[in-house]
Design a protein around this ligand. Sequence first.
Ligand SMILES: [Cu+2]
Length: 174
Amino acid sequence: MTLKTLKAALLAAACAQTAMLAHAAEPAIAAHTELKDCVIQEVLPGKNMTGAFVRFVHHGAPVELVRVEMPSVSPRIELHSMKMKDGVMEMARMTDLKLSEGERRFRKGGDHVMLFDIAQNPAIGSTHTMTVYFSDSTQAHCQAVVKSVREVMKDAGIDAAPAHDHNHDHGHKH
Ligand SMILES: [Cu+2]
């Protein structure tokens, strides 16, 4: 083998490796999990963060959530749960990342996707691609729609109406 052919062979090997790495960086679509009802809560005035919600429908062996990406909305995303601390509900990093057979729902007041450092508030009604990465190196996508806080609360079964509304508007209607 001449030096020239050796160089060519090395270059070819390097290219093959680069191609393999590029392939590895694009995970396969998960066959085990569907993302449903993907929603982003509107960003409230004066804030640059918000929550996003999703319903996972999972089949087969358990997998773990690794991370969530939504590049058109936020460059920094964490998975959060609500935990009781000193009698107050607080957000904390999610420790239970497992998806088992069946449904798991993220919703306002519970588990959620936390979007930080939002530079431009997404408009209500606009949609954004949410990508979830799993521990088996697969991923799943959905189109998350931006909804108002009121709608998000309604979806979560939280009564958003102020307390006095019950007394004056709804108290005697049956
Ligand atoms: Cu949070």
